[in-house]
Design a binder for this molecule. Structure first.
Ligand SMILES: C[S@@+](CC[C@H](N)C(=O)[O-])C[C@H]1O[C@@H](n2cnc3c(N)ncnc32)[C@H](O)[C@@H]1O
Length: 190
């Protein structure tokens, strides 16, 4: 369970997200994370899911439809830098997840970018509810990945510690460049 970023993130999401929550999947890809989020928020919760690739949004939609969970989700073909435009007005996020990089099995030239990833993280942290969390899986093995990681780490290290806790989970005995998971937690109570 703790050997891969995706399974670790799913474990943490499952422990954190409650029925009725508002959550954001900022890079929905093939919809694996969106599907889990949709099952956790229940019928009165809401999942907002974004991707810039129409086929990713279509694939996520298909997964949700098959699982009969589409009614609690809003899907948008949109950059996460513009997430604030589609979040319900006046609401705060209980959880947001980013799975950066490119879509496995998809177009490897469509990759999350340092500038838009940073803008998106800034916007999401601004909308985070007390006790809310942002879980970001960050890859450094592709071109631009290290730059994206460096900019997110530098920015998150400057978040006020009175309001947020920032942690990084990394795998230190693997070959190559495994991803790491950055966890930003709002210190307030839920
Ligand atoms: C690693 S994949 C996500 C995998 C996904 N979480 C899943 O469960 O299948 C990264 C995704 O980020 C998307 N992406 C790239 N730039 C983006 C942006 N600016 N805003 C939203 N999504 C973006 C890509 O199209 C790709 O589908």
């Amino acid at each position: 369970m703790f050997t891969k970023a995706t399974s670790l993130v799913h474990h943490w999401i499952s422990a954190h997200v409650r029925r009725g929550d508002l959550v954001l999947d900022a890079t929905c890809g093939n919809g694996h994370d969106t599907l889990l989020l949709a099952s956790l928020v229940g019928e009165h919760g809401r999942v907002v899911a974004l991707d810039i690739q129409p086929q990713a949004v279509a694939s996520t939609r298909q997964k949700l439809e098959t699982a009969n969970l589409l009614d609690r989700c809003s899907l948008h073909c949109l950059s996460h830098a513009d997430a604030a435009d589609v979040l319900p007005v006046g609401t705060l996020l209980d959880c947001a997840i980013f799975n950066l990089g490119y879509l496995p099995g998809g177009d490897k030239s469509v990759i999350t970018q340092p500038d838009s990833s940073l803008l998106a993280h800034e916007a999401v942290v601004e909308r985070l509810a007390p006790g809310g969390v942002v879980l970001s899986t960050v890859y450094t093995g592709h071109e631009g990945g290290q730059e994206e990681a460096d900019s997110l780490l530098a920015w998150s290290a400057r978040l006020p510690s009175s309001q947020f806790s920032v942690a990084r989970h990394e795998w230190i005995n693997q070959s190559g460049k495994p991803p790491f998971v950055m966890v930003i937690s709002h210190r307030g109570s839920r």
